[in-house]
Design a protein around this ligand. Structure first.
Ligand SMILES: *Cc1c(COP(=O)(O)O)cnc(C)c1O
Length: 424
């Protein structure tokens, strides 16, 4: 075919960064990858192995993005690669139900007490959207309570006030209050209780940077929602199998109604899941009237990689080692900043952490936004020059994997020491 061959010829002559700028919006397929928040050029990553990634010019970096938390065993863990090879040989997409779907669902249901049944989706976005639909159908109400700074993907109700292109009517259907503010949550639930279908929350927030829940916060949400038959949804897309083998809800001892998963459970392939007790999950088609389906839902490759990774996590739980590595990183960074006289807050939960350039504790989105973002950008750019990649946004988490070693951590701390010293 010779359709506009001259134009394709021109495009093919560009280097890939310029080509990306030309043919992808902002050069990316997900906005944070554009590095706008740290004022840098996007990195094009051509390959990855273990704790390191390689850019298109052949430079390697120690990676603290780790697929935004999905790669808990590092990049290309042998167990997942083998499982993927086997599944690829057996057929990438079968189009009907595949036995591995039930096996992965059972592994999750086994360790998450609130989950009896699951539905797999292709993304965390889709899982959260579907959870909200189930809640609305169940409660016969439409409003949703969310928390400032939490992220639940870009489903319409969950993006109200944060994106253009939504129906005006939607903005009244989503109520947002500060994270960790029991009083504000209680007032909102009292005021809108008769109209609220769901409260959705990240049990440990990871999308305003890491912010841990204060002791009473999640428990209070459980009490308020139980009293009013509001569906409580924990978004465990990040926390599921990250903080321990299973869910954060077990760690905080709160029984939720619905839970969403993603990231780690796909072993590096696209996935999402919503789970809960049968009485709620039965609202989904074909049992109930809430429609969800998908050409790629329960994709055999995602199931294979997810099963391989969860099995490895179950057989040899790495969580204590990850905790020690993460503590070492947090302590090292805090120490380096203190020596440099640069005030920082290191917010950490297990193997995820965020450095806020602030002299005040950060326990909600407002406090996160008050941190000094230009210092974050300086730090991120200095690390990048030194061969370390962290998320190019002050409101994301650094993630560790089992492929990271003390040496990686110590080198990163040393590079940070230099960056902090330059800030004075
Ligand atoms: C990443 C994320 C999502 C969205 O998942 P996608 O697979 O990117 O659509 C939802 N909730 C939380 C807490 C996330 O971190």
């Amino acid at each position: 075919m010779s359709v506009r061959s001259s134009e394709f010829g021109t495009l093919n002559g560009l280097n890939e960064g310029l080509l990306a700028d030309r043919v992808l919006v902002g050069g990316v397929n997900s906005p944070v990858r554009a590095f706008r928040q740290v004022g840098g050029e996007p990195v094009l990553l051509a390959g990855a192995k273990g704790a390191t990634v390689r850019d298109d010019a052949g430079r390697t970096y120690v990676d603290f993005i780790m697929g935004w938390g999905a790669q808990i065993l590092g990049h290309n863990p042998p167990a997942a690669v083998q499982a993927l090879r086997r599944q690829l040989a057996a057929g990438a997409l079968v189009g009907l139900t595949h036995p591995a779907e039930a096996r992965l669902a059972a592994m999750i249901a086994d360790v998450v007490p609130s989950v009896e049944q699951l539905r797999f989706t292709v993304s965390g976005t889709e899982a959260c959207m579907t959870a909200v639909k189930i809640a609305r159908a169940h409660a016969g109400r439409s409003k949703v309570l969310v928390f400032d700074g939490c992220y639940h993907g870009h489903g319409e109700s969950l993006m109200a006030g944060k994106s253009a292109g939504l129906p005006n009517a939607l903005s009244g259907e989503t109520v947002s209050v500060p994270y960790n503010d029991v009083g504000a949550a209680e007032r909102a639930i009292e005021r809108f209780g008769q109209e609220l279908a769901a409260v959705i929350v990240e049990p440990v927030a990871a999308n305003m940077g890491v912010v841990a829940p204060e002791p009473r916060f999640l428990m209070a949400l459980r009490e308020f929602t139980s009293q009013r038959n509001i569906v409580l949804i924990f978004d465990e897309v990040v926390t599921g199998f990250r903080l321990g083998y299973g869910s954060a809800q077990s760690l905080v001892n709160v029984q939720t109604d619905l839970t969403t998963f993603g990231k780690i459970i796909g072993g590096g392939l696209p996935i999402g899941a919503v789970g809960g007790p049968r009485r709620l999950m039965q609202h989904l088609a074909p049992e109930g009237d809430v429609y969800h389906g998908g050409t790629f839902a329960g994709h055999p490759l995602s199931m294979a990689a997810g099963l391989a990774v969860l099995s490895a996590l179950k057989q040899r739980p790495p969580y204590q080692r990850l905790e020690r590595l993460s503590q070492r990183l947090a302590d090292g960074l805090a120490h380096a900043a203190r020596d440099a006289g640069v005030p920082i807050q290191v917010n950490r939960a297990g193997s995820m952490l965020t450095v806020f350039f602030s002299d005040q504790p950060v326990r909600n989105a407002q406090q996160a936004k008050a941190s000094r973002r230009e210092r974050f950008a300086q730090w991120a750019n200095a690390l990048r020059r030194g061969g370390f990649l962290i998320p190019p946004s002050p409101f994301e988490a650094l993630f560790l994997s089992t492929a990271h070693t003390n040496t990686h951590i110590d080198r990163m701390v040393r590079a940070s020491r230099g960056a902090f010293a330059a800030m004075r």
